[in-house]
Design a protein around this ligand. Structure first.
Ligand SMILES: *[C@@H]1O[C@H](CO)[C@@H](O)[C@H](O)[C@H]1NC(C)=O
Ligand SMILES: *[C@@H]1O[C@H](CO)[C@@H](O)[C@H](O)[C@H]1NC(C)=O
Length: 243
């Protein structure tokens, strides 16, 4: 009896989890009020009403990957991690999620990121790999100032986005396997080369530029990256080497 009581207290303290993968669901199942962890990946959910998570105010983790969503708007006060990979998303999701720290939008069909596309003040990690992104507007990251990890590999970018300059805490950046052929002076630091203090480069520890057709790398392109310890930069030659 005591053991049962302790067990149920434990469950309440730890919250509950619900996993309904691969069942052909077309909508969310009823959500218990104490739910903290929901996995409805690999179903047939094509849309969610914006208040879909209202019934589960303590939700921390949500896996929506592998649903044919195309569009997504959600609000959740406590949600910390959201996976929406392989959902055929064409537009950045509209998320009111002030506690969100991790967002995976890998393997979708995003083509561009507009100004302030994501308003997520706590976001730490943003995974955008394997989309079709060819355009990132200059203020696209204005709403994600806390970003530390940004993965943009396997997109269609032809330059390092100027919006990176809005990310003073960025530590880990992948631009691998895009179409970047040229990096000008200070391309990755604040103000396009004018100093670097407080810009994207200030905290950058890892930078992956591999698999780009980089043929022009200005000798000053990687200036003002004081903390950089890892650089992957295949196929690059610097201006000073050119014949
Ligand atoms: C998913 O839904 C579509 C129509 O909305 C239906 O044609 C299809 O058979 C469903 N697939 C599964 C696996 O339930
Ligand atoms: C989310 O769902 C996908 C598809 O079922 C799965 O591959 C992935 O591992 C899940 N992620 C987490 C963190 O559970």
């Amino acid at each position: 009896m005591l053991l049962l009581l302790l067990l149920s207290l434990g469950a309440a303290a730890g919250g509950s989890a619900l996993r309904r993968r691969g069942e052909g669901l077309r909508a969310l199942p009823p959500l218990p009020a104490a739910l903290q962890d929901l996995d409805v990946s690999d179903n047939n959910i094509t849309s969610l009403p914006p208040d879909a998570l209202l019934a589960a105010p303590d939700l921390r983790e949500l896996n929506l990957s592998l649903n044919p969503l195309q569009e997504l708007s959600l609000s959740s006060r406590r949600l910390a991690r959201l996976w929406a990979a392989r959902c055929r998303l064409r537009l950045a999701p509209r998320l009111a999620a002030p506690a969100l720290r991790y967002l995976s939008l890998a393997d979708n069909e995003l083509e561009e990121l507009e100004d302030g596309a994501l308003q997520l003040p706590a976001l730490h990690t943003l995974i955008l790999k394997r989309n079709r992104i060819s355009y990132i507007s200059d203020k696209a990251f204005a709403g994600t100032p806390a970003l530390r990890v940004l993965r943009l590999e396997e997109n269609q970018l032809s330059e390092a986005p100027a919006a990176l300059q809005l990310l003073p805490s960025l530590e880990d950046l992948s631009l691998a396997h895009n179409r970047i052929w040229s990096l000008g002076p200070g391309a990755l630091s604040a103000g396009g080369g004018a100093g670097g203090a407080g810009g994207a480069g200030a905290a950058l520890v890892r930078l992956d530029l591999g698999g780009n057709p980089l043929s022009r790398l200005h000798p000053a392109a990687l200036d003002h990256l004081p903390r950089l310890v890892s650089l992957v930069q295949m196929t690059a030659t610097t201006d000073s080497n050119s014949e």
